[in-house]
Design a protein around this ligand. Structure first.
Ligand SMILES: Cc1ncc(COP(=O)(O)O)c(C=O)c1O
Length: 441
């Protein structure tokens, strides 16, 4: 396996995996990959692109790819953490925006795509992120591309966590800036890199995520921000999975650690809690002004439609008026985590993502189909995207899940594990993970 592809974070390159160092023409690649997927489909082991034929909610209806029939499923694979995707108030606000502004804008913000709604959202997000100003991008992915390419120049360096998202890696690649990676959440390594950078000319940027998307663990932003201050490095926090989930006001991971003012660039997405698409950077007024002209993915891409902007504005209103959503989300996470621990899993979720490591004897694709058949929608993260001993099911909890939904999830997890003869008593699990580690180290 090409080590480059296994970051354990949400960054893998399917081209690298496909070629494994071999030269392959496009024809060979398309042919090979088409057959590879057909083979999985013939064994009921491919669940990509399941067509959803209902609104995105705690329960969705999909067209089952194998039977061709509609099937109800409990949704544990969506980042719609606060249940905004199908909220009646948000639907109404979106309809109003459609009536007033129409379906889209047809141009980038600098030219003709900047409505009063866009400005209102920038102001609301600045308040949420305790920042002076905010700039909105078409997606979270292009936010990271635009940010990194705009801020860095040839004398600079970016120090970043190995579990960073593909959009951050791609931003580094596009910028061509000197980049140094530290092992996930390894603060001693980060400190060492910062010490070395103190002797260099140019700026140093540190890139981390508030909540890491594959495991749901947090970056210790209190300590990281202190290191950045000490070594005069700019701190960038991608809080795609922390916004709306953590912090007293739902501001995110920096607020959770009490260091919102120490973050220089707050990156966020509208694709998780806000359940639409888009991304943003909140920071100083001058930085945001600079990005409007130097972030190419902003300058050369059309603005978000007003309906999307209205959905985020309405969601922000709900976050403020209905703090019970965030409380319910945390109560739900705690409930599922307690249920899992009772079954013997070693989980301590800190946000809304729970990663269930899959034992080596379990065929994760076949197990995923068991979840599917039993009406539970979860995402599987498979080898070779991650190492064989790191395969996992990624469960996303939402405020809108009911106790019955969560009990059913736990029941199905138990059934799937037991169908592999894995008893879920604590002692068995401990023995099991020890065995796994011994084999893979
Ligand atoms: C940490 C992180 N950053 C950035 C992105 C990209 O966001 P979007 O899907 O809004 O383009 C994601 C989405 O998966 C993410 O998890």
């Amino acid at each position: 396996m090409n080590g480059k592809t296994e970051t354990q974070g949400e960054n893998f390159n399917l081209q690298d995996l496909l070629k494994m160092g071999k030269r392959m023409s496009l024809n060979q690649r398309t042919h090979f990959f088409y057959n590879f997927r057909q083979n999985l489909i013939s064994r009921n082991q491919d669940l990509y692109l399941r067509p959803v034929i209902s609104a995105a909610d705690r329960e969705v209806t999909i067209l089952d790819p194998y039977s061709g029939k509609p099937q109800k499923m409990l949704m544990f694979g969506s980042n719609n953490y606060l249940g905004f995707a199908n909220d009646p108030f948000i639907r109404r606000e979106v309809t109003k925006a459609m009536e007033k502004f129409g379906s889209g804008i047809g141009g980038p913000p600098l030219l003709n795509g900047y409505t009063a709604l866009h400005r209102e959202l920038e102001e609301r997000l600045s308040a949420l992120k305790h920042s002076e100003d905010t700039i909105i991008f078409p997606t979270g992915y292009t936010t990271n591309l635009g940010l990194i390419t705009a801020i860095s120049s040839e004398n600079d360096r970016v120090i970043y966590d190995a579990h960073s998202h593909a959009s951050f890696y791609d931003g580094l690649h596009m910028a061509g800036v000197a980049a140094q990676k530290f092992h996930h959440n390894n603060l001693a390594e980060l400190e060492e890199l910062l010490k070395q950078s103190a002797h260099e000319s140019g700026d140093t940027f540190v890139g981390v995520e508030g909540v890491y998307s594959m495991d749901g663990d947090l970056a210790p932003l209190d300590k990281i921000s202190e290191l950045c201050r000490r070594f005069r490095a700019y701190l960038i926090v991608d809080d795609a999975h922390g916004t709306g989930v953590l912090g007293k006001s739902g501001s995110g991971t920096a607020e959770h650690f009490g260091v919102a003012h120490s973050v220089d660039m707050h990156m966020g997405t509208f694709s998780k809690t806000f359940a639409v698409t888009g991304g943003f950077i909140s920071g100083s007024r001058e930085l945001v002004h600079y990005l409007r002209f130097f972030a190419r993915s902003y300058m050369f891409s059309a603005a978000l439609p007003p309906t999307t902007v209205a959905a985020v504005l309405a969601a922000l209103q709900l976050m403020e008026k209905e703090p019970w959503r965030q409380q319910q989300l945390h109560a739900n996470v705690a409930y599922v985590a307690a249920g899992l621990r009772h079954l013997g899993f070693d989980v301590q979720p800190q946000a809304a993502i729970i990663a269930l490591r899959v034992p080596e004897i379990m065929n994760i694709r076949a197990a995923a189909y068991e979840f599917h058949k039993k009406g539970i929608f979860v995402n599987s993260v498979e080898y070779p995207a991650v190492a064989a001993d790191q395969q996992r099911f990624r469960i996303s909890i939402m405020a809108s899940h009911t106790k019955e939904d969560m009990d059913r999830l736990l029941e199905v997890i138990q059934q799937v594990w037991e169908s592999y003869g894995i008893g879920l008593k604590k002692s068995d699990m401990v023995q099991h993970s020890t065995k796994m580690n011994a084999e893979f180290i």
